[in-house]
Design a protein around this ligand. Structure first.
Ligand code: AMP
Length: 270
């Protein structure tokens, strides 16, 4: 991964292959820089590679992740937005590090040491630095304590509103799907979802361990009524999360619909 997973794109594809997957996507936060390595690794293992990205968005205080399958990686508007998000992520990580270092023995260099070259910096890298310093046990503890949005050290990152995010993905020929849309934060407000659908939102990632059953049922009904695309994915992060490749999958019919709808880039077959 080239964002906040602990494995390289090739290792992620190898893990998918070990777990029996025939098709796998790489959806790093706000970057496509891992595609070439992942495509090479996946196809050499006989798998189809689906290029993707997870675009950061924000609605009021809450972060919304828009999966962007088969986008044109050189689309200028989308590139400008991801450049802006990534640079703001870096500034934000520095401010959070400053705040944390007032109370804990943590330096900016500790975070840099946890961040791969060209990686999209996020709280997971700060979490890894806190773990390396022995200040917390693991990422989960870091997220529920020092890095929590309610805490003194948290800084929100810049991200476009979810409708703009969908427009950008559609403009880049991609297929936008809301990631883990039924998580603990609850469903997005209906009018917002409606505006996202009007803008070209293709569907929802309903197979994800963070989705809650009742909210998932609501979106499943909506998806059936509106003939939307429904996906499932593991959100594998290597050692960064317990998620395992293949714990959720996307039906062949839905994969085919994503392939048909996209004009930005193509799946890479073995
Ligand atoms: P950020 O975008 O920098 O605010 O960080 C959010 C990212 O951290 C999410 O996209 C997840 O990949 C990851 N994350 C959130 N909560 C946890 C957790 N409890 N354990 C590990 N990773 C997490």
């Amino acid at each position: 991964m080239h964002s906040d997973g602990t494995e390289s794109p090739a290792q992620v594809m190898a893990a998918a292959h070990r777990n029996g997957l025939r098709t796998a996507a790489l959806t790093d936060h706000d970057t496509t820089s891992g595609w070439a390595e992942a495509a090479e690794a996946a196809t050499s293992l006989g798998m189809t590679f689906v290029p993707g990205m997870e675009l950061s968005a924000r609605h009021d205080w809450r972060s919304v992740h828009v999966l962007a399958y088969l986008i044109d990686p050189d689309d200028p508007d989308l590139r400008a937005m991801t450049d802006r998000i990534r640079s703001s992520r870096l500034d934000r990580a520095r401010v959070m590090a400053d705040r944390i270092s007032r109370d804990y023995d943590l330096a900016w260099e500790d975070i840099v040491a946890q961040t791969g070259q060209d990686a999209t910096v996020g709280r997971p890298h700060i979490a890894d630095a806190l773990v390396a310093r022995g200040l917390v046990r693991d990422r989960a503890e870091a997220f529920s304590s020092i890095l929590s949005p309610g805490g003194d050290y948290y800084v929100a990152l810049y991200a476009p509103d979810p409708v703009t995010a969908v427009e950008l993905v559609v403009g880049a020929g991609g297929v936008p799907v809301i990631a883990h849309p039924a998580g603990r934060a609850g469903l997005l407000p209906e009018p917002l979802m409606e505006r996202m659908l009007q803008a070209g939102l293709a569907g929802f990632e309903l197979g994800h361990r963070e989705n809650m059953p009742e909210a998932t049922r609501v979106l499943r009904r909506l998806s059936a009524e509106r003939d939307l695309i429904v996906t499932g994915s593991s959100d594998y992060h290597g050692l960064g999360k317990p998620n395992q490749p293949g714990e959720n999958t996307t039906d062949d019919e839905m994969v085919a619909r994503i392939f048909e709808r996209a004009t930005g880039s193509a799946p890479v077959h073995p």
